[in-house]
Design a protein around this ligand. Structure first.
Ligand code: 6LW
Length: 573
């Protein structure tokens, strides 16, 4: 464990880190708090029977809020990206060579001016991205929901930098665009979801459109054609057909899409045609992937499977990545929608991922690929300790919405966060840096030096879904001392500073360091602290954490946990 620097060194460090021409005065005023390390440790009730043998892997392959996976193979390398909505940086890019160990190599949206994430609703932002590669160039097509809508970005190196967006106005108000490069014709196409011509015949009625794409000029052209109206069995009025991808195998073009919305009714369907523009004939026993046909009341369920992307290895083995959800109680899940992998088998030129009424396997045979490793685990029980060495924040940290100024630095083995009047309940960009919750049982701990806090300022550890649903354990500077508190906001009617669930005075004295801890187990959360000379003390326990599930908090995100600092000046936290 590292020791904190003296106050003098810390002040110098903060002034250097934030000495920008535009904000020198503010930098001297604002509370700055140093976090020495952050340790995240997690496990799941399924670990015992999902522990893979050496020739197996474990599902999900990327746990936590990593929804809508899209994957591309370039030679022996696989790249995968996910949705991030209102979080910044956005669109993580992962690399793997064995499809089991995944390493995040970048974020495709990592410059605040790339997308206008704005204020407000955290679901605003990049929806389901689709990654592709052609002629030494990587492409991501995506919808920035509520910004300027559909766009394409490109990069020579998937780790970045990625270009600024080029908008694709022809794609209309639809979502989930995806590029298909047709090897045989040299032509490129974009498929996406949109309201059908003539409007919805029922609520959630959507269609899949196809339009040709100029991959050099980065624009779509020619007619935009409906290739799937409503989805599989239109007579049953399926809702929200979305996440379409086209791929080719032999002489068949396959169109695959999710339908039923992204909740429990989510499922994957597949169709095929001899021509890219159709007509597409559906597989008779669709859906090709679902858990809807299993009993509702089952132990440790996985639900909502869908949004699949199909691909093959160099040897011709086929796989699909897709999203799934692991509820702990009554459909509540705090871990968001996660990335799964399963092999695809073929019969009569139709793919099968999971036979009907089959529970998604939490362990399966490893792909026949050289075994790799990842420095930061993404699956199974694990502990990740971020020491904040070097000058860069680990790639897995995010903040709410894009920053207008720089308010943190990594230096001297510490993460220093400058508090601003944006707090955990504002619809802007609070000084809160968080990593995803990846397990049903977890413990997150940090060591914090709060000597930079002034009266009214607050700093600590928070876990949340959005500005209306969060919980925290924190130090609050009072007139003549400091106290450690637990607060919780369970909706817009709760006070912006959160309802007080627990409080303890902190001992006076020169030591201003404290360890803070949040433990979660399914819906139950505990909040603890430890002063330098004492052991852990529980401030609040069995706190209802179902507010971290999107079934309560709304939206499509999963929970995130990490350090925050709020400037008490404006009383706006
Ligand atoms: C995404 C859609 C979906 O655009 O949910 O589950 C939406 N699938 O395809 C938000 O992630």
């Amino acid at each position: 464990m590292k020791l904190f620097p003296s106050l003098l060194v810390l002040t110098a460090l903060v002034l250097t880190a934030f000495a920008t021409p535009s904000a020198p005065a503010q930098a001297q005023q604002a509370p700055s708090v140093a976090f020495d390390w952050l340790e995240y440790s997690g496990s799941d009730p399924t670990d015992e029977f999902s522990t893979p043998s050496p020739d197996e892997y474990r599902n999900p392959i990327i746990q936590g809020f990593y929804p809508d996976p899209s994957i591309v193979r370039v030679g022996a390398d696989y790249y995968l990206t996910n949705s991030t909505f209102g979080y910044f940086p956005g669109l993580p890019v992962f690399h793997s060579r064995d499809l089991v160990s995944w390493t995040q190599i970048g974020n495709a949206i990592d410059r605040p001016d790339q997308l206008k994430l704005g204020r407000g609703d955290m679901t605003k932002g990049p929806f389901a991205p689709a990654i592709q590669h052609r002629d030494d160039l990587f492409y991501i097509v995506n919808t920035c929901f509520k910004c300027e809508w559909n766009f394409v970005i490109t990069a020579k190196d998937p780790a970045g930098p990625w270009s600024d967006p080029v908008w694709l106005p022809d794609l209309g108000g639809g979502i989930d665009p995806s590029i298909f490069f047709d090897e045989d014709t040299g032509r490129a196409w974009i498929v996406n979801n949109d309201i059908p011509p003539g409007g919805e015949r029922y609520s959630g009625h959507r269609a899949i459109f196809l339009q040709e794409f100029d991959a050099k000029g980065l624009k779509t052209f020619g007619p935009r054609t409906v290739i799937l109206d409503a989805g599989f069995k239109p007579e049953e009025k399926p809702g929200y057909v979305e996440g379409p991808h086209i791929f080719k195998r032999g002489d068949w073009y396959y169109l695959t899409a999710a339908q039923g919305g992204t909740g429990d009714g989510h499922r994957q369907v597949i169709l095929r045609s001899r021509k890219v523009i159709g007509p597409y004939e559906p597989k008779a026993d669709n859906p090709v992937l679902t858990q809807m046909d299993l009993p509702d009341r089952r132990l440790l369920p996985v639900t909502s499977l869908g949004h699949a992307d199909f691909f093959s290895t160099p040897k011709g083995d086929w796989y699909a990545v897709f999203l799934g959800v692991r509820p702990y109680k009554q459909g509540n899940f705090n871990t968001g929608r996660e990335t799964f992998l399963l092999p695809v088998t073929w019969k009569d030129d139709w793919p099968e991922i999971l036979p009907a009424r089959t529970v998604v396997p939490l362990r399966a045979k490893r792909p026949d690929l050289p075994k790799g490793s990842a420095p930061v685990p993404t699956s199974g029980p694990f502990t990740v300790r971020d020491e904040f060495d070097g000058t860069k924040l680990p790639l897995h940290y995010m903040m709410r919405r894009a920053p207008a100024e720089r308010w943190f630095s990594v230096s001297g083995g510490k993460l220093v966060i400058r508090g601003r009047t944006e707090g955990l309940s504002t619809e802007g960009n609070p000084s809160f840096l968080a990593r995803r919750l990846q397990h049903q049982q977890m413990s997150t701990t940090t060591l914090m030096d709060y000597s930079g806090l002034r009266r009214g300022d607050v700093a600590g550890l928070a876990i949340g879904q959005n500005e209306k649903f969060w919980m925290s354990v924190q130090v609050e500077r009072t007139g003549n001392g400091a106290r450690v508190t637990v607060r919780r906001r369970a909706g817009a009617t709760d006070p912006a500073e959160g309802a007080l669930l627990g409080s303890a005075p902190l001992r006076a004295g020169p030591a201003r360091s404290i360890r803070l801890r949040i433990d979660g187990s399914g819906p139950d959360y505990s909040f603890l602290f430890a002063e330098p000379t004492g052991g852990w003390r529980i401030l609040a326990e069995k706190v209802d954490g179902t507010i971290l599930s999107s079934t309560v908090a709304g939206g499509f995100q999963g929970a995130v946990v990490g350090p925050f600092v709020t400037d008490g000046d404006a009383g706006k936290r």
